[in-house]
Design a protein around this ligand. Structure first.
Ligand code: ADP
Ligand code: MG
Length: 339
């Protein structure tokens, strides 16, 4: 791979958390019910994502690291949801592999229904370094896929220099994995950093349980359910607002605990945040934020997905109406609890 390609890759894979996001999405796309994320040194030394998804054959593996290869129907899902997730369909593994030492071990699931994938007793290990396939060998491994990304940016020193402290890179990874864990309570998601388990959800299914696993008992026990359909909301594009918000006394000085989703996709939006904060009014101190996990359903054509593939910022055609609707939904929940 030439330098230009590597620099381009560095623009897309900005930091360990961006790689983690792509790998976790792949595991979810592969219908995993268990996803284990293990990182070392904030993900700069190692990122390992192991899943029990449908797995890949040797041919699948070779194709997976090729540029512009995707087994997924381009864009369809994103069109339906109105929120694009990837600015680079079919590029993630190839791109990550061009700026790291990438090892993928995979074995198709016995019940795999993927076209071209056949169940097998033995899996395949593919090693890819700096954009080249180094080896492809049979390997004993469980059903599913393990992707290991070692030494991210080893061949792009300028990009590597941009990385922040281990603590900061870890915080970004933690945030990404948390967002997916909360949005997918039916999947057992775990995060381990330098040998220490940060959290592990059970995959038993309910949001309350996932919040408990991720944030602990104190936060989970303060959560208040939000549940509002269009007919209970002021006029606007939202068809429903549901999830959990914390008692105002359970708050932090960071926005990072606001997890908001539009049609299942993690997003940030000024309108949503302002709606939430408006509902709390003066009950939160200045610069304090609640714990929030809120799912908004909206017709795809009312959302403007914007700016940059890496960012998840959205704007709505009618931001004001969304702000009012979110405010009303959260306020009703708080009111019901005498707040
Ligand atoms: P995309 O996800 O946009 O298709 P990627 O580069 O992320 O592009 O992945 C390329 C292909 O590799 C996927 O389309 C999929 O077929 C396969 N793949 C990647 N990760 C996994 C996984 N964890 N389990 C099964 N297949 C995977
Ligand atoms: Mg992908």
């Amino acid at each position: 791979e030439d330098t230009v390609a590597r620099i381009a890759a560095g623009e897309v894979v900005e930091r360990p958390a961006s790689a983690v996001k792509e790998l976790v999405e792949n595991s979810l796309d592969a219908d995993a019910s268990r996803i284990e994320v293990t990182i070392e040194a904030g993900g700069t030394d190692l990122i390992r994502v192991a899943d029990d998804g449908y797995g890949m054959t040797e041919a699948d593996l070779r194709a997976a690291v090729r540029q512009h290869t995707t087994s997924k129907i381009d864009g369809l899902e994103d069109l339906e949801s109105g929120v694009a997730t990837l600015g680079f369909r079919g590029e993630a593994l190839h791109t990550i592999g061009s700026v790291s030492r990438l090892t993928i071990r995979s074995r198709p699931r016995a019940d795999s229904s993927t076209a071209g994938s056949e169940a097998s007793d033995v899996g395949t290990e593919l090693v890819y370094e700096g954009g080249d396939v180094v080896s492809v060998e049979p390997a004993g491994c469980p059903e599913g896929t393990v992707v290991e990304v070692a030494d991210l940016f080893y061949n792009t020193p300028a990009r590597r220099k941009f990385l922040k402290t281990t603590a900061t890179e870890f915080a970004h990874v933690n945030r990404v994995v948390t967002r997916y864990a909360l949005a997918n309570p039916e999947v057992a998601v775990s995060l381990t950093h330098d040998g220490r388990e940060v959290f592990a959800t059970t995959g038993q299914g309910d949001l309350q349980g996932a919040v408990l696993s991720v944030y602990g008992r104190d936060v989970a026990s303060s959560m208040i359910p939000v549940e509002a359909d269009a007919d209970e909301l002021p006029p606007g594009p939202l068809e429903s607002v549901s999830g959990l918000v914390s008692h105002p006394e359970t708050n932090r000085s960071s926005r990072e605990y606001l997890s908001t989703y539009v049609n299942g996709r993690a997003v940030t939006s000024d309108a949503i945040r302002e709606g939430i904060m408006g509902a709390y009014g003066t009950q939160l101190g200045g610069d304090r934020y609640p714990f929030v996990t809120l799912f908004l359903a909206v017709p795809g054509d009312a959302v403007d997905v914007n700016v940059h593939p890496r960012k998840r910022e959205v704007r709505f055609d009618d931001d004001d109406a969304v702000r009012r609707q979110v405010d009303a939904a959260v306020e009703a929940a708080l009111l019901e609890h005498g707040l």
